[in-house]
Design a binder for this molecule. Structure first.
Ligand code: TXA
Ligand code: MG
Length: 317
């Protein structure tokens, strides 16, 4: 059985011994292993049931360490790193040879970020290797935002979960790459586009490729609950239905039992909505309902990333 606790030293010991452990970050919980230990990396893929073609993000605690894992850091990447790290932003950079192809699934770039969570930063400072860490959910399911979510789904497979409380942002990091001197966002996430563009100017957004197996976070069906999720059009209401649940933005829908509804943010705060999104989806998934309706949010700030996750979680033609 897994142990849940706040003992950074114990987590470090497990990691040093080649085990994988659950770690808190500001975005979602990660399933972490020593990125320099091929057995630990393989264990991550096995525990998550993740296909080998889906590369992992490397987590560390300083820009100086990042520079050891990559061959160059283009100027816009440096600006973003200085401005937003530690934070919910992942940079795709040309990888150094010491980063194994197992971690990057053979890609020439490596995804790196410095997470903004005090326990995990302590942990990263106390070990002499970076941590490869995907979200700590079974492949294709909703990402975990509490230690209990991790225990519920992976608990019997990992020895320890470092409990850092509920994730403060609640959406996976925004992923940005720099090909041919052009900054491109490959995954919308916890760092709003407006903030990124405020630092490096307009960026391309290419998150809808359904054909790129190198970034399954971009696959059209992902982050899904087990119940079918139906995305409502803006302004649309669900049909009255006793066996339906709903995820609403500010207030519940008529025609659906209030017990079967979860509200993302009564005050209409998109950051609060992001923080609640995955936990509410899990709760709805566990209720005695046959279908979940979800309201779309305004396309601004974290609303873009929330709508992106809802769309990928939804039943699509
Ligand atoms: O917020 C986060 O990023 C969380 C926390 C734990 O840090 N991690 C996370 O990891 O969301 P994961 O593995 O669930 O999602 C990483 C995404 C995947 O869609 C993967 O395909 C993409 O990053 N990725 C990783 N390396 C890449 C690369 N070199 N090029 C393109 N995409 C990459
Ligand atoms: Mg994930």
């Amino acid at each position: 059985m897994t142990q849940i606790g706040t003992d950074v030293r114990l987590a470090a010991e497990f990691l040093q011994a080649g085990n994988v452990v659950g770690i808190p970050t500001e975005t979602v919980y990660g399933l972490a292993g020593n990125a320099f230990n091929p057995d630990a990396v393989l264990t991550i893929f096995r525990v998550k049931n993740r296909p080998a073609f889906d590369p992992l993000i490397i987590h560390t605690d300083s820009l100086a360490k990042v520079e050891q894992f990559v061959t160059s850091v283009p100027e816009p990447a440096q600006k973003l790193a200085r401005m937003f790290w530690p934070g919910p932003l992942t940079l795709l950079l040309p990888k150094h040879d010491q980063i194994s192809d197992l971690v990057t699934s053979g890609l020439p770039t490596v995804a790196v970020r410095i997470p903004n969570h005090p326990l995990t930063l302590d942990l990263l400072r106390s070990i002499d290797f970076p941590l490869a860490a995907p979200s700590a959910n079974p492949f294709g399911y909703i990402s975990p935002t509490t230690a209990q979510h991790v225990a519920d789904q992976l608990g019997d497979q990992i020895p320890y979960i470092l409990d850092g409380g509920p994730a403060s942002i609640g959406l996976e990091s925004t992923i940005i790459g720099f090909e041919n001197r052009k900054a491109t966002v490959f995954r919308l996430g916890g760092m709003a586009l407006e903030q990124i563009e405020g630092v490096i100017g307009p960026v391309d957004v290419r998150t809808h490729s359904t054909s790129n197996p190198n970034a399954p976070g971009m696959l059209s069906s992902h982050y899904a609950p087990r119940k079918p999720l139906i995305l409502l059009k803006p302004g649309e209401s669900p049909q009255p239905d006793k066996r339906a649940g709903a995820l609403a933005f500010r207030e519940p829908f008529g025609g659906i039992s209030p017990d079967n509804q979860r509200i993302l943010s009564p005050t209409g705060d998109l950051n609060e909505a992001a923080k609640n999104l995955f936990a509410h989806l899990r709760t709805l998934d566990a209720l005695p309902v046959d279908v979940i309706y979800a309201e779309q949010l305004p396309n601004q700030g974290l609303g873009w990333a929330i709508n992106d996750r809802l769309k990928r979680a939804s039943v699509q033609d």
